[in-house]
Design a protein around this ligand. Sequence first.
Ligand SMILES: Nc1nc2c(c(=O)[nH]1)N[C@H]1C(S)=C(S)[C@@H](COP(=O)(O)O)O[C@H]1N2
Ligand SMILES: [Mo]
Length: 309
Amino acid sequence: MPKRWTNDLNWSDVTPRADFMNRRQIMAGAGALAIGAIAAPALAAIETVESRYSTDETPNTLEEISSYNNFYEFGTGKGDPAKNAGALTTDPWSVAIDGLVDKPGNYGLGDILSGVTMEERIYRLRCVEAWSMVVPWVGFELATLLNRVGVQPSAKYVYFETLVRPEEMPGQRYPMLEWPYREGLRLDEAMHPLTILATGLYGEELPNQNGAPLRLVVPWKYGFKSIKSIVRISLVEEQPQATWNMLIPNEYGFYSNVNPEVDHPRWSQASERKIGGGLFSAKVPTRMFNGYADEVAGLYAGMDLAKYY
Ligand SMILES: Nc1nc2c(c(=O)[nH]1)N[C@H]1C(S)=C(S)[C@@H](COP(=O)(O)O)O[C@H]1N2
Ligand SMILES: [Mo]
């Protein structure tokens, strides 16, 4: 498939001018234009508005969120990312957006952020694995970005890739996984307003171990679907590869929706341990779609979720 690579495109070209000006005015009003250029860190830390999708559950502490992580590029232990991710260079950063889009290109992070016309918001969302956390993300809807680049009618899925940089990512010196880490969503899942690209948490830039400078958050799916430190977003026609699905397909399906009724072959998925409640804290029942069933169950109407797990 021919790919068109451009380095000269930026968001002022692809964003309707009125929206762009409006965004700049919002930024100016927030005092974020003090140095003239729109810098990513200023954006990550900008005053945020609570999303309509926020839960009212108490968020985990920054310490909890940034010290118990999965990010195999930095090692397989839960403490390895916090120990090793500090060396990752996240500025400059660019994301290749390609495939079935009207405006493919290599977009700098600043361009991406300055094109987000809605104000960034704090999303206090639950994340679930065998453990769970509530994280006050700062981010914007993935749909905003996809609409800016123009999704072509033949696109059915979105594919994501993480950076490959073994010099700074010591875990990539070993074939723990097939690098790059990769993930995919069906287009309707990707366009759902609960699917966000996070740039920060607690109103600050994202800690590297949480996937700086840009990571996906899909709160009704298991944690591994939320790919970190993204450098490629491709719109494609066929169901794309996803790292854990490739590695152990009978344990990890493409969809990976949180579903207490469908057990992992090696463990029950009916309950979860809340991080922060202490190591021996009681498990709590896991909710269908991680509690977001009202919002997302419709995406799977008529699908057998035991088959499409
Ligand atoms: N690139 C990359 N993204 C990744 C992972 C990874 O190893 N590499 N781990 C996934 C898994 S298994 C989980 S549970 C979440 C953890 O996100 P958190 O550390 O912010 O809680 O990141 C996901 N995204
Ligand atoms: Mo995970």
